[in-house]
Write a protein that binds this ligand. Structure first.
Ligand code: 13P
Ligand code: SF4
Length: 342
């Protein structure tokens, strides 16, 4: 892989992290609010799509809880009138692009993404101008405008597959996550990927020393890492030189982690991703043990969505996420190319 451009850019000036609201509902209050959500969904012919990083009580009321790929497939397939997206803005935009006739609600518009904020259309256009032969592969964690300027979309579940579908001689501009780009270059055995130097502030903070610590405390675990983690290149190198057990180190999307655990005989897993995934892992696999690689990996954007906001959103049918028709048309090409391969 051609290394990402050297930059000290932290992208922090491009997004505002919302405070994480404390919710102190009793179990009865949670049940009553979930019942209210279900009633409103029936009245509105709405479905709830929730990402694995959502609060547990929001995951519990959702029709589908999944990773970015499965959520976009669910959005594309639904016949509901309204989609309540319990996730972040780029996910709601992707649903709006795939379902132009449906109402797509995002219960809190502050649900942004530091990774999506790392690249603008102007930056992408300037980058493309420097590499006119390149194919542009945009991670789903990008704005609709950036997708509209891209050839393919991908998620962490299918990025290597998308890259393998591109003729070997064509250079690839891969954006915006430099850590995912490193994993994909290794998995697809590709040396002509040029990585944009963006990152997710939550996953970047999952560092090599965190991995060392969890493995020292729990030496028998399988190590499951999201490819956005800041430790991926160190872990890939250590898995190759034998200082990490090669056959017990895996780079997976959140859904990939669930599938992997379902098929694995292991009892203990170290999990390197946002903490919200632990709710579903413990629910699906109550007899296994899970240790977060970094327990402070919490995405404030994802946690903006609360049951109260889901209720308000269904009552008022707002805030809605829409994408201008021309941007949606161009972005849909990149997303549909991905869905065809998936
Ligand atoms: P996946 O659930 O697709 O692995 O995505 C992780 C993520 O960063 C979503 O914001
Ligand atoms: Fe974006 Fe990172 Fe939050 Fe995912 S965890 S929504 S990539 S900031």
């Amino acid at each position: 892989m051609i290394p990402a451009a050297v930059t000290n850019e932290t992208y922090e000036n491009r997004y505002t992290l919302p405070p994480i609201e404390e919710v102190n509902d009793t179990a009865e209050e949670i049940l009553a609010k979930q019942e209210r959500v279900r009633k409103l969904c029936r009245e509105r012919k709405a479905i709830i799509l929730a990402h694995h990083y959502q609060r547990p009580e929001v995951q519990e009321v959702a029709d589908y809880v999944a990773d970015s790929l499965r959520l976009s497939q669910s959005a594309a397939a639904t016949d509901a009138n309204t989609i309540v997206f319990c996730g972040v803005h780029f996910m709601a935009e992707t649903a709006a692009i795939l379902c132009p006739t449906k109402t797509v609600l995002l219960p809190d518009l502050r649900a942004g993404c530091s990774l999506a904020a790392a690249i603008t259309t102007e930056e992408l256009r300037a980058w493309k101008a420097r590499f006119p032969d390149a194919v542009v592969v945009a991670y789903i964690n990008t704005s609709a405008e950036v997708k509209a300027e891209s050839d393919y979309c991908c998620t962490s579940a299918n990025a290597a597959k998308v890259v393998r579908a591109i003729p070997a001689e064509r250079p690839i501009l891969f954006l915006p996550d430099k850590f995912l780009a490193q994993v994909v270059a290794r998995q697809a055995q590709r040396s002509n990927i040029i990585a944009y130097p963006g990152f997710c502030h939550v996953h970047r903070a999952i560092r090599p020393e965190d991995v060392d610590e969890v493995l020292n405390a729990h030496p028998d675990v399988e190590l499951l890492l999201h490819p956005e983690c800041g430790c991926v290149s160190s872990c890939m190198a250590k898995a190759l030189d034998g200082s990490l057990p090669f056959n017990r180190t895996f780079f997976l999307s959140t859904e990939g982690m669930l599938r992997h655990i379902g098929a694995s005989p292991a009892q203990e897993f170290a999990v390197g991703t946002e903490m919200g995934i632990l709710h579903r892992l413990k629910k699906e696999f109550p007899e296994r043990s899970f240790y977060p690689v970094n327990p402070s990996a919490v995405c404030a954007f994802m946690k903006t969505i609360t049951l109260d906001k889901v209720i308000r959103s269904l009552e008022t049918l707002s805030p809605q996420v829409t994408v201008p028709a021309e941007t949606a048309r161009k972005a849909r090409r990149a997303i549909e190319r991905m869905l065809e391969l998936a």
